[in-house]
Design a binder for this molecule. Structure first.
Ligand code: HEC
Length: 109
């Protein structure tokens, strides 16, 4: 439904109350995922993995389907311990932050 641009039409007066814009875009408006994306940006993950998770330093850095490739445990371990060119993050991020990133990346299938 393309109601988004209908704001200032006004010629024929009020059609019935349109949907509130609040309830759109389900998955990426999940607050936990939004927070995870902030962490992903703030901790420079994007410099190697890219804004769209497309991967900037080789195929293994593409995370677009990492949730089907790795278990959440493996994802968490990679974030904690790094390796293969990736820095260690367990000293920089809390368990909770690693958990947020892991849940979000696990949803990438
Ligand atoms: C300096 C570059 C760099 C940064 C910064 C970086 N990574 Fe990585 N990451 C890599 C590389 C390179 C690999 C592939 C490692 C390998 O070959 O095993 C990788 C692998 C991964 C994997 C596993 C992917 C797979 O398919 O095996 C995950 C998950 C991941 N990174 C998440 C993150 C997160 C989350 C952050 C930020 C907290 C981050 N990375 C920051 C370079 C980086």
């Amino acid at each position: 439904m393309m109601l988004a641009l209908a704001a200032c039409g006004g010629t024929s007066g009020g059609s019935a109350t349109p949907k509130a814009p609040a309830a759109t875009a389900a998955s990426e408006s999940n607050p936990a995922y939004v927070k995870a994306q902030e962490l992903f940006t703030a901790n420079k993950c994007i410099s190697c993995h890219g804004v769209d998770l497309e991967g900037k330093v080789g195929v293994k850095t593409n995370l677009q389907k990492v949730g089907s490739k790795l278990s959440s445990e493996q994802i968490a371990n990679q974030i904690k311990n790094g390796g293969g060119g990736m820095p260690v993050y367990k000293t920089k991020l809390s368990e909770e932050e690693i958990g947020l990133l892991t849940d979000w990346l696990s949803s990438k299938k």
